[in-house]
Write a protein that binds this ligand. Sequence first.
Ligand SMILES: *Cc1c(COP(=O)(O)O)cnc(C)c1O
Length: 236
Amino acid sequence: MTSEERREIENNVAQAREKIAAAAVRAGKRPEDILLVAATKMNDAERVQAAVQAGIDVCGENRVQELLGKYEEHAYDGCPLHFIGTLQSNKVKYLIGKVSMIESVSSVKLAKVIDKEARKAGIVQDILLEVNIGREEAKLGIDPDELPETLCKIAEMENLRIRGLMAIPPKPDINRENTYYFDRMYQLFIDISAKKYDNVSMDYLSMGMSADYEAAISCGANIVRLGTTLFGARRY
Ligand SMILES: *Cc1c(COP(=O)(O)O)cnc(C)c1O
């Protein structure tokens, strides 16, 4: 990585921070109430570490294999790590002890495996429940109608702690308000908070990416996950 690329990441993080702070204040929150997760997929350890040093709050990784490689290379040193991608049951064991949060828990079956592995390791794993708020076939996540029932089942698992909700809403379309799905997520978040389920603390609502994070914060998000805004376009 050139020093110019490093400066670019520093500038990008600083600019995102300013926008997050302004959006937070507009939403009646403090800037520090919003967690900036850097979505680090396809960026090597050096670039990830540059973002860490520039002051992101959390690294978010999508693929277990990629996470393990970069973990070995100390990409995430000095920063909490969240898993934010599709997770296969047989790979859960590699994450336990490395990630402070699994944001993408999309089924009771997956939750059971995480619970089992966390028990083996003697820890309680923080998780978010991923909601398929647009009911899109191609996306994982819990159907919004099934959320209360699924949440109750997962809340019984002793080595998991539900800390909130996560969503990747559909792309905007002309038939809906831009914030339609963010608003629906916030409503679910509020409804569940009000019910005060045992072993559930609705601390986090993770939604908003590079294209729409300020809108997401306006609608109640307190975790935003930014990739291209921080690192530039991904080179696949
Ligand atoms: C890649 C990714 C992001 C960030 O996307 P950008 O549009 O590049 O900001 C956020 N969340 C998840 C789950 C991702 O996979």
